[in-house]
Design a protein around this ligand. Structure first.
Ligand code: ZN
Length: 364
């Protein structure tokens, strides 16, 4: 099978989270020279599959085989991999069956390697992601098999294939502030404590403010207000309390504690409560590490472009890998229709991605 045929085959296996559509069994069969380890938990299917060529470093390719539901508005069957006008359409075309097909083919065709090559695959990245990559990493640590470097094949390119890799991701902190006041009549403001008036005095120093100046890898962490509510939608009662919600996509310079201190600076004179939840931690892989240099060179060779190093966007399973101190980067096809109807990519990008991964294996 060539990589494009393999890619179409993966699209045709419907695998909405946490269903793997039988893909993991198929991978085991496809990579018959590799040793499989199945780590299935709570309906989530995971596969770690490896081949030891030598005593050197362990390079792992990671990704998810699950996709989000197709939804409405498709012009073709989302599970048919229809090729027309130079594109292949199907749910998961960009996110991320192109990536899975490319690294499957690259490791299958590898004849030599200095150390160990492996794949880490899960059927729960688009869902809660509690029993997927996290569980496999736990198993790898317990068995002394954590990789030295990981390439996650999520779609990272922006305009052209080869123009961007991700070397890190911002974290995400969600917050809720509740300001308790004292309800009253609009005609007697002196007898009430109006939380809207209190918050209005500090809001302009908080909303949209940068919490740090960023650095060469990250844009500044910004305090983004997502909701403010109070009152009863009437004009003659001032509210007894106010609730304000916010999110900070934080870089490595701003911690959850810094955000807590920032809120306290403006709210300390008020009777308030704050709940903070860090749903993801920021991380960055040093651009000077071997995996970054190797993939940059491979992309330049295959596409003629030197990719930019990005940390933009939401979160991915790379964050779990980074927590083990492993050098992790992401590279995949152009990301412009993920999770949308008529998701598609080109056969040239699937082929190009395979060639980049194959070159990385040759030169790592
Ligand atoms: Zn994805």
């Amino acid at each position: 099978m060539d990589v494009v045929t393999l890619f179409k085959h993966l699209i045709e296996r419907k695998s909405e989270t946490p269903d793997d559509g039988g893909i993991l069994d198929f991978v085991e069969g496809y990579l018959a020279d590799f040793t499989p380890v199945r780590i299935d938990r709570e309906g989530v299917k995971n596969l770690f599959i490896y081949r030891k060529f030598g005593e050197g470093e362990h390079l792992c390719f990671a990704g998810h085989v699950d996709v989000v539901p197709a939804g409405e508005g498709w012009k073709t069957d989302p599970y048919e991999a229809v090729e027309k006008d130079g594109c292949i359409y199907g749910r998961g075309a960009q996110d991320m069956k192109s990536g899975v097909a490319a690294f499957m083919q690259a490791v299958k065709e590898a004849q030599t390697f200095g150390g160990t090559l492996s794949l880490l695959l899960t059927s729960d990245e688009e869902g809660p992601a509690k029993h997927g990559t996290v569980e496999v990493l736990r198993w790898l640590e317990a068995n002394g098999m954590l990789p030295d470097a990981v390439i996650v094949a999520e779609p990272t390119c922006e305009e052209r294939f080869g123009d961007a890799i991700k070397i890190g991701r911002r974290g995400s902190v969600n917050g809720v502030i509740e300001k308790i006041g004292k309800q009253g009549h609009a005609a007697y403001p002196e007898k009430a404590t109006n939380p809207i008036h209190k918050v209005a005095q500090v809001l302009h120093r908080m909303a949209g403010v940068d919490l740090d100046e960023g650095d060469e890898n990250f844009s500044p962490s910004q305090f983004v207000v997502t909701d403010i509510r109070a009152g009863m939608e009437v004009t003659n009662v001032t509210p007894g309390k106010l609730k304000m919600m916010f999110n900070v996509r934080n870089n490595t310079k701003t911690t959850k504690e810094d955000i807590e201190a920032f809120v306290h600076r403006y709210f300390k004179e008020m009777d308030y409560s704050l709940t903070l939840d860090q749903s993801a931690r920021p991380f960055v892989t040093d651009p000077d590490t071997k995996v970054v240099r190797t993939i940059d060179a491979a992309i330049a060779e295959v596409t003629g472009i030197r990719p930019k190093h990005s940390t933009a966007g939401g979160t991915s399973d790379a964050r779990f890998i980074a927590e083990y101190g492993i050098d992790v980067i992401e590279f995949g096809v152009v990301n412009d229709t993920i999770h949308a109807p008529n998701e598609c990519t080109t056969p040239e990008q699937v082929e190009g991605l395979y060639r980049v991964f194959f070159r990385v294996i040759e030169t790592f």
